[in-house]
Design a protein around this ligand. Structure first.
Ligand code: 2NL
Length: 354
């Protein structure tokens, strides 16, 4: 059985509908935010349990001829409440937006906060400069492993078993048969020769290791850049010309240069390459030992035996090679007097190279 319909008359129902509207409109106008409006929406217009729905249930109890008349009032009241809700929602939405805009406003005229920026380590910067200069002469940069073997680090470079650099006190050995930390980047050049066919123009920067007591001029870790050129007819004049160009690009066009005889097991003949002292520009200077000259690298014509180990026929091809200590170049460029500064990573030192 359905619940019996409440008995109401047209006048009462109409008055109740108008009272509902009279109550709803000021409450909607006073609602502080969207959540309160949603609540009022549900309270007055909700399909189930809403106040308007409740009153509409009374329509069924009216005489048939009165029903359309109260229907007109219902629609009127519903429309008024709906448009009041819509207007209030627009108002509180606009107010909320205005409040957010005010709270989250960005002062575009405020000075920017500075972002802490890193710098290239002076060793990295110097390697990049060296590879850039030789890059202009057609040299391609390669990298080799830091852990090498006795064969590639010594034997293939024509370094005899009794050579002082093979002493236990000069080389750091790895706890593996025949493995060691490379004492120079030359073994990487052997690998380049074995992998490439002439003409070769290779540059090999990298970290090297020596078992050495540390002082202002020596570190057990240091960086080297080596260069290697192999082609038909490559000769000592090619080497000298390219090294002089390098010195001028690196230290200035007016830099004086000279070659002296030198000795390395892997080059024959070998030379030492000096530039005029940048500190004194002449004799009587502690930086260059009063000679006016500073050695910046060693070089020479690649020994035929070394070419052969690299898989290159020394009857047809010749090569030159050079090697320089990166710390030494960086110290000359920047007037640094202690090699240990490069490894300490003291920000007061590093921040000077911006
Ligand atoms: C130095 C001298 C030098 C080389 C490195 C080299 C490499 C091969 C063959 C022949 Cl695979 N030579 N490298 C040659 C001469 C000197 O370095 O005192 N550097 C710090």
């Amino acid at each position: 059985m359905e619940a019996p319909l409440p008995i109401v008359d047209l006048g009462t129902l109409t008055a109740q509908l108008r009272a509902l509207r009279a109550e709803a409109l000021p409450r909607i106008a006073a609602a502080p935010d969207l959540a309160a409006l949603d609540e009022l929406d549900l309270h007055y217009l909700g399909r189930k349990g809403g106040a308007l729905s409740g009153l509409m249930r009374g329509i069924g109890g009216l005489p048939v001829q009165d029903r359309p008349r109260v229907g007109v009032v219902v629609n009127d009241v519903r429309q008024d409440v709906e448009s009041a809700l819509a207007a209030a929602r627009a108002r509180t939405g606009a107010a909320a937006l205005a409040a957010r805009l005010a709270a989250e406003a960005v002062d575009v005229t405020a000075p920017a906060r500075s972002i802490p920026r890193g710098t290239l380590h002076p060793i990295v910067e110097t390697i990049e400069r060296i590879t850039q200069v030789f890059g202009q002469f057609g040299f391609v940069t390669y990298e080799g492993p830091e852990v090498e073997t006795d064969v590639t680090n010594f034997q293939m470079l024509n370094i005899p078993p009794d050579h002082p650099s093979r002493d236990l006190w000069d080389t750091m050995y790895v706890d593996l048969d025949g493995a060691l930390l490379r004492t120079h980047t030359s073994p990487g050049q052997i690998r380049v020769m074995q992998a490439e066919r002439p003409p070769i123009r290779a540059l090999l920067p990298g970290r090297c290791f020596r078992y050495e007591a540390t002082d202002a001029a020596h570190a057990s870790e240091f960086f080297q850049v080596e260069g290697l050129m192999v082609d038909e007819g490559t000769n000592l004049a090619d080497l000298k010309g390219q090294l002089v160009e390098f010195a001028h690009a690196m230290f200035g066009e007016g830099t004086a240069t000279r070659f002296r005889p030198g000795y390395y097991p892997f080059t024959e003949p070998s030379v030492a390459f000096d530039i005029g002292c940048l500190v004194c520009g002449g004799p009587g200077c502690p930086a260059c030992g009063r000679t006016g000259w500073m050695t910046i690298l060693g070089a020479g014509m690649v020994h035929p035996v070394v070419l052969q180990y690299g898989g290159i026929d020394p009857e047809r091809f010749q090569g030159f090679a050079f090697g320089m200590g990166v710390e030494r170049i960086a110290m000359l460029r920047h007037g640094i007097t202690d090699i240990r500064a490069f490894l300490e990573n003291d920000l007061r030192f590093l921040e000077q190279f911006r």
